[in-house]
Ligand binder design. Structure first.
Ligand code: TXA
Ligand code: MG
Length: 332
């Protein structure tokens, strides 16, 4: 059984004690909920991979209470990384460094680099302080599925697989952190997020590169990720009505997610995406989950403008729509 406790000083103490004895604790961050384990306890890290159903070669992010701890785990902290950390930590940004040898290859999926983040969420921060060491935490969902932005989502995904869920309400941002690789001199964005390429350019004076072919594996960059059970299709706004009718004619149960819903068939489950990109990001995963709850087979989505936070929203929706392997199932 997984206990769910409202996050407060007492439950945070309990959570730290669970981590110390090798257990798994899900906790809120400003991006999404994480499934935490003691980064320096290999059997705890293994249990965390097993609970998620995550392949061993996919690295996890190490969370720290304080940016000054980075030098304990990063072999080299280039100036650009110090600048980015000063500007965006604590906050929704992960930096990828060359790792020191004290970082277990289990954490890094065998890579020579380690992803590190200092979260801003007060509950995540208190837990890290109370625990006193690094916590590895992937998003608290089963591998390949939609990340969790509420304690209830975590219970749906990982109930029985975590020892405790700290309930801290909805995650303010609702999309995973921006990942910036600073391990090779030239900063490069591996995963877009609430810290945008423009934000990064604003402090560095030059735009980071996009993902490069030789970049290390990022599971969030697999073709299908962040996906509900329903098939997701990206459609142009002027094709929405036709595609909806075609699918209805095939007998499909259809959901439509768009910022500009036109009159649609009463049989369609319509989810109006908020106009403000911050609100859209905040609600997106809840909406994708509701598509499954309504029993829809297909979700038709129109993309918001891909600028600013819209880049990260577009990225997640494209991945939700990405090709799935034929044997894709909850057992991945
Ligand atoms: O906002 C977030 O980043 C959330 C919260 C809980 O912190 N965490 C999260 O973790 O999204 P996860 O494991 O679902 O996604 C982390 C991504 C993965 O795609 C992983 O491949 C990538 O970070 N990553 C971790 N370490 C890396 C490394 N050394 N090099 C390249 N990518 C790395
Ligand atoms: Mg994830």
């Amino acid at each position: 059984m997984t206990n769910i406790l409202a996050a407060n000083a007492d439950s945070i103490r309990q959570a730290a004690a669970i981590l110390r004895r090798g257990g798994l604790v899900a906790f809120p961050t400003e991006t999404v909920y994480g499934l935490g384990a003691d980064a320096q306890n290999e059997s705890a890290v293994r249990a965390m991979f097993a609970a998620k159903g995550r392949p061993a070669d996919h690295p996890v992010i190490m969370h720290l209470a304080d940016a000054t701890q980075v030098d304990e785990f990063a072999a080299e902290v280039p100036d650009v990384a110090r600048t980015l950390a000063a500007a965006f930590w604590p906050g929704p940004m992960t930096l990828v460094f060359r790792r020191k040898r004290n970082v277990s290859p289990l954490v890094t999926g065998g890579l020579d680099t380690v992803g590190i983040r200092v979260p801003a969420h007060p509950i995540a921060h208190s837990l890290l302080r109370e625990f006193g060491g690094p916590i590895v935490a992937p998003s608290a969902n089963r591998f390949g599925r939609v990340s969790c932005t509420s304690a209830l989502h975590v219970a749906d995904e990982l109930g029985g697989r975590a020892d405790l869920i700290l309930d801290g309400g909805d995650c303010p941002i609702g999309l995973e952190s921006t990942i910036v690789d600073v391990s090779s001199g030239q900063p490069s964005i591996l995963r877009p997020g609430a810290v945008t390429a423009e934000d990064v350019a604003g402090v560095l004076g030059s735009r980071p590169t996009g993902r490069i072919a030789s970049a290390p594996r990022v599971s969030g960059s697999l073709p299908s990720h962040y996906a509900p059970r329903a098939r997701v299709e990206i459609v142009a706004i002027d094709q929405l009505q036709q595609r909806t009718s075609d699918l209805l004619a095939e007998g499909r149960k259809v959901a439509v997610l768009t910022q500009t819903p036109a009159e649609v068939n009463a049989r369609v489950h319509v989810l109006t995406l908020p106009q403000k990109l911050e609100d859209l990001a905040h609600n997106l995963y809840e909406m994708l989950r509701s598509v499954d709850q309504k029993g829809c087979d297909v979700a038709l989505v129109t993309l918001p403008p891909e600028e600013g936070l819209g880049v990260a929203i577009g990225d997640r929706l494209r991945r939700a729509a990405g090709p799935r392997s034929s044997d894709r199932s909850e057992s991945v």
